[in-house]
Design a protein around this ligand. Structure first.
Ligand code: SAM
Ligand code: ZN
Length: 271
């Protein structure tokens, strides 16, 4: 089972000690215990799910979008950045689409971390190599210090201090962010939330306390979407927390995504 393969990477969220399997739960030496869900994930959240956790309906819409291949160029780019990195944590992983694609065929395993239980359920089911964990990226991550070869974050919140803590000195942080023109046609037609300008630029500045930028790639393409596909693109994102339009029309959409790779500053000190 994937959770077992990840046990030497995970840590108790309450005391930071290692976790071991005991019947239907994971336990640390101090007796903190976390039930393994029947669906194959472990809930290390220790509280209720916040309001911005993806819902089952958002996840289903995103899975349909992924099945059309619209975001395949992002998945391919991410995969190429993670080649040869045995231990990968994806944060805000949703269904685990990008992590599963990145794991490739060479027997690697990954941890999918998301604050949404519905997301963890899907990620556990998607790929037997994935250990699915429910946890909050804004809390200390339930992961041991300096044990990971890579952290991946695609369109999801980033706790840079924690990413730096869990990465090995020679590890990599790979982040995908949307650019302002991302889904622009759809946004204009339906008055959707806008992407703040310069997300990647802002990230590079915010990350500079812990990381330096190693590589940046801007991806850009356009595809025609039918009305159902366009509706799913709206329903899979943050607009689903507000109001979903009922009159979605077919039309071209632009996908504009920046993929950045960062190296920990600690790797410079170790040289
Ligand atoms: C836009 S979705 C991206 C999902 C996935 N990376 C993808 O692109 O298919 C953002 C994800 O971040 C998760 N998320 C939001 N707040 C979070 C938090 N505080 N901790 C962990 N995950 C969080 C949501 O539940 C959701 O699955
Ligand atoms: Zn503990």
């Amino acid at each position: 089972m994937a959770i077992e393969a990840a046990l030497d990477l995970l840590a108790c969220p309450r005391c930071g000690a290692g976790l071991a399997r005991a019947d239907g739960a994971l336990r640390c030496a101090s007796g903190h215990s976390y039930d393994l869900a029947r669906q194959g994930y472990v809930n290390l959240l220790g509280g209720s799910e916040p309001g911005n956790a993806d819902t089952a309906a958002m996840l289903a819409a995103r899975a349909r979008v992924h099945a059309t291949g619209l975001f395949a160029p992002v998945a391919d780019e991410v995969r190429s950045r993670l080649t040869g990195r045995p231990t990968v944590l994806e944060v805000g992983s949703g269904s685990g689409y990008y992590l599963a694609h990145a794991l490739g065929d060479d027997g690697r395993a990954g941890i999918a971390l998301d604050v949404s239980r519905a997301a963890a359920r899907l990620a556990a089911r998607l790929d037997p190599r994935i250990a699915a964990v429910v946890a909050d990226v804004w809390q200390p991550l339930p992961v041991r210090d300096a044990c990971l070869d890579a952290v991946l974050c695609v369109f999801a919140p980033r706790n840079l201090r924690e990413f730096a803590r869990v990465l090995r000195p020679d590890g990599r942080l790979v982040v995908a962010t949307p650019r302002p023109e991302h889904l622009a046609g759809l946004r204009d037609r339906h008055g959707l939330l806008r992407v703040p300008v310069d997300k990647a630029e802002q990230l590079a500045v915010a990350a500079s306390e812990f990381f330096e930028v190693q590589a940046t790639t801007n991806l850009l393409w356009r595809r025609e979407r039918d009305a159902n596909e366009a509706a799913d693109l709206i329903a899979m994102g943050p607009n689903a927390f507000h109001r979903l339009p009922t009159d979605v029309e077919p039309g071209p959409v632009t996908v504009a995504v920046t993929v950045q790779t960062f190296t920990p500053l600690s790797s410079r000190a170790a040289r």
